[in-house]
Design a protein around this ligand. Structure first.
Ligand code: RB5
Length: 155
């Protein structure tokens, strides 16, 4: 007998992979709670407590899942957002954008077709972060001259 793993992309495209280290844990939980109530669905890659961990261990799996096409866009969080952003951007098909306000979240979708939003858990208002995520996941890429530019990013 064959065991065939069928990944339902249309279903997965509505699920948001999310991961953080301890510095981003509280914001991750806040986003999952508040956005789940608004109908968003998440795949939580951890971490699952405020115990100190190494952010690449939790950010790489999120970035890999988007890079592999399992999910469309994701969220990574650490204390400053910097380490999470750097880690995610090591994946060839990832364009991760460190965002700290709603305008950044909108622009990086419109101009960079960012597929991961990196958030600074210790430097952003949590309700602002909720708004940033809503905007990030509901703003379309403009294409055109911006497509030409993002095509020049990969080495
Ligand atoms: C952890 O203390 C902190 O270094 C981490 O969350 C992040 O800010 C790294 O870039």
């Amino acid at each position: 007998m064959f065991n065939i793993l069928v990944v339902n992309m249309s279903e997965n495209s509505r699920i948001i992979p999310i991961g953080s280290d301890h510095g981003g844990f509280e914001l991750k939980q806040y986003l999952i709670k508040n956005l789940s109530e608004a109908g968003y669905k998440f795949k939580d890659f951890g971490t699952y407590s405020t115990e100190s961990v190494d952010y690449p261990d939790y950010i790489h799996p999120v970035a890999k899942s988007v890079n592999d096409g399992l999910y469309e866009k994701g969220i990574v969080i650490c204390g400053s957002g910097q380490g999470a952003n750097m880690t995610a951007n090591k994946h060839q098909k990832i364009r991760s954008a460190l965002c700290w306000d709603t305008e950044q979240a909108k622009l990086t979708r419109e101009h960079n077709n960012a597929n991961i939003i990196a958030l600074p858990g210790r430097f952003v208002n949590f309700d602002t972060a909720v708004e940033m995520v809503k905007i990030f996941f509901n703003t379309e890429f403009e294409g055109g001259r911006h497509q030409v530019r993002i095509d020049k990013i990969p080495l």
